[in-house]
Design a protein around this ligand. Structure first.
Ligand SMILES: [Zn+2]
Length: 335
């Protein structure tokens, strides 16, 4: 059965990388991240993803992103600038556009105020995406662990130890989790025809009920599981099964594996290690969602949820086609 990994960063430009994808019968949606900080995201990954879909049609897809506004930039002029760039990327095969968590948590105006994702400055772009049928992948906010003491165990503990600048426990000067969720929900509500995909379980990994609330309120909202299988392992198994049954059209498989270094520039040993890690990551997801075997995820012994075949196929394939219609166009045309 073909599957799609709907969220990762994987410059698999080597024949061995492509051979693994063939073996797994998997297609990858590579995601661009504009992390700011003077890093040129096109040079870092965008150009590579664009080239991969041409070199290996049927194995790779890509999701672009956009530049943030310059200080004092006119809203209409900024809108035109980013719309033009996104349209060019879509002409170059991009099937979606991503907004990252620096919007709402890091990006500020000169007066010190944070620019939230529902700020008027992004409206022309979001309205355009809605009209053009281009989905918006939204990584807004962080897991709740971001606002909890670092000593408290969570599947995200090691991330915040590695990147303390993103750990917000005790910080009152940065918009909190609720403020970011509110801003995200505002965008989803304002654009009912825009496909809004909440990356990383929409930063609602701590509560199936909070996710359910959004699904009930917004028909245009879905989530990917990327980098959050650990949180699902900590959910109540029966509740998770009922949740996936009820919201079977809203959840998409993604790993969020980050292998941005072009595989062709790795040594054979490095590449073999990375590819083995990717394969086992995919297999862990297949096992967790597709079987009732016992496994260890994020230091927890957990039994797989063994989704019925019909739902399993949605999570690993059909939902991605539905929420990212460009996938189907590319599969259909062989582009
Ligand atoms: Zn990611």
């Amino acid at each position: 059965m073909p599957i799609i990994d709907s969220h990762l960063h994987f410059v698999g430009d080597h024949a061995e990388s492509v051979a693994l994808l063939e073996k797994l019968d998997i297609q990858l949606l590579n995601i661009c991240v504009n992390a700011g900080g003077g890093i040129n995201w096109r040079a870092r990954e965008g150009d590579a993803y664009r080239k991969l879909i041409k070199a290996h049609p049927g194995r790779y897809l890509w999701c672009t992103t956009f530049e943030l506004p310059a200080e004092g930039e006119d809203v209409a002029a900024y809108g035109r600038r980013v719309i033009e760039a996104v349209d060019q990327d879509v002409a170059d095969g991009a099937i979606a556009c991503k907004v990252w968590k620096n919007v709402g948590m890091d990006f500020k105006r000169a007066d010190g105020t944070y620019v939230m994702v529902d700020d008027a400055v992004f409206e022309p772009l979001f309205a355009h995406l809605e009209k053009a049928g281009i989905p918006l992948l939204m990584h807004i906010g962080e897991p709740m662990a971001c606002w909890r003491p670092i000593e408290e165990y969570s599947p995200h503990q090691s991330y915040y130890k590695t990147y303390p600048q993103w750990h917000m426990y005790g910080r009152t000067d940065v918009p909190d989790h609720a403020a970011n969720m509110r801003a995200r929900d505002n965008v989803v509500a304002r654009h009912p025809k825009l496909h809004c995909i909440g990356a990383h379980l929409g930063s609602l990994e701590y509560s199936l009920a909070e996710m359910a609330k959004r699904f009930d309120a917004y028909a245009n909202f879905a989530v990917d599981t990327s980098a959050r299988i650990g949180d699902l392992a900590y959910a109540d198994r029966d509740e998770l099964i009922a949740f996936l049954e009820k919201y079977q059209d809203r959840v998409m498989f993604g790993t969020d594996v980050v292998f941005r270094q072009p595989h062709s520039t790795m040594t054979a040993a490095e590449r073999a290690e990375k590819l083995a890690a990717y394969e086992s990551n995919v297999n862990r997801h297949l096992k967790f969602f597709g079987t009732d075997e016992v496994m260890t995820i994020a230091n927890k012994e957990v039994r797989g949820v063994k989704l019925p075949k019909r739902i399993f196929e949605k999570v690993f394939f059909e939902n991605v086609l539905r929420w990212y219609p460009g996938v189907g166009r590319q599969r259909g045309s062989g582009v």
